[in-house]
Design a protein around this ligand. Structure first.
Ligand code: BEZ
Ligand code: FE
Length: 286
């Protein structure tokens, strides 16, 4: 059997699969994986090392530590999957672009009122976030569920805390005019977890684990495609080398800095400096 015959036989072994999409994906996976082995002339000990790498990633993975998501992220596969599924335009306003979900989304975040605070004890400089949720024709989307989560100023998400606290995350609903507003923290750069095999891979490549500062959004509303995205902080040096390739220019916003005691839009006068950013979100109809 020649090498090509081997590939052809493995591809054909999926002909009997009943599910058409499964058949298509598996045939393509085999073709590309075999081409990779051929192109690199993959040595047996290299394949063994790859399997050991994946085994270690599996052993490290728990409910709160997802090494395979990190691997997908640092190889740009998460972001490419986002990009190939990006919906086409369907109105005069472009739908807000998506980016990676990341491993730190949690289903049951606390609900806050409009203007509430998501920090829940997470440390950092206060930041006032506000904006609208509209459809592509510019009509407000009332009652949209806006989920937000971010790291504290030590670069830690609450799920990485040892005490199990919920902090730096919440959800709220847009008002009748499609508006939302809340207090969060000014996003700061932080490293993705790099104490496992993915961290070693980055190190070997001479790559940094740092993410450009951001706050995560997941916005859902009946009749609209769910949107998973971030707001990024303008002028940050990490924007050009985000470790998971998640930055999109359309998601970068200025964060205005305010002096201590300056009144915020809700009348509060934070004792220290604070920032504010606005981020209008456009959802695409289903
Ligand atoms: C995050 O932004 O939370 C994240 C994304 C990808 C990998 C690790 C963290
Ligand atoms: Fe993040």
């Amino acid at each position: 059997m020649t090498e090509q015959e081997l590939t052809d036989r493995v591809v054909a072994s999926f002909d009997t699969a009943k599910d058409e999409r499964f058949r298509e994906v598996m045939r393509s996976l085999v073709r590309h994986a075999h081409a990779f082995v051929r192109e690199t002339g993959l040595a047996e000990d290299e394949w063994t090392a790859a399997i050991e790498f994946l085994t270690e990633a599996g052993h490290l993975t728990t409910d709160t530590r997802q090494e395979f998501v990190l691997l997908s992220d640092v190889l740009g596969i998460s972001m490419l999957t986002v990009a190939v599924n990006e919906p086409a335009l369907d109105g005069p306003a472009e739908p807000t672009e998506s980016t990676v979900l990341g491993p730190f989304f949690v289903q049951d975040s606390p609900e806050i009122e409009l203007g509430g605070d998501i920090a829940g004890g997470a440390s950092g400089e206060p930041s006032w976030f506000s904006g609208t949720v509209t459809d592509t024709a510019g009509h407000p989307v009332a009652g949209a569920r806006v989920e937000v989560w971010e790291a504290d100023d030590d670069g830690m998400y609450d799920v990485q805390y040892e005490d199990g606290a919920l902090a730096g995350r919440a959800h709220l609903f847009t008002d009748a005019d499609g508006r939302y507003r809340f207090w969060g923290l000014t996003p700061t750069p932080y490293p993705i977890p790099d104490d496992g095999p993915v961290g070693r891979l980055l190190d070997r490549a001479g790559r940094s684990p740092m993410r450009a500062p951001h706050l995560h959004f997941k916005v859902t509303a009946p009749g609209f495609h769910p949107l998973v995205t971030h707001i990024f902080v303008a002028d940050d040096p990490w924007l050009d080398s985000d470790s998971v390739f998640g930055v999109r220019d359309s998601l970068i916003r200025p964060f205005d800095r305010h002096e201590p005691g300056t009144p915020a839009p809700d009348g509060r006068r934070p004792q220290g400096t604070w920032t504010s950013a606005s981020f209008d979100i456009v959802l695409r109809k289903e």
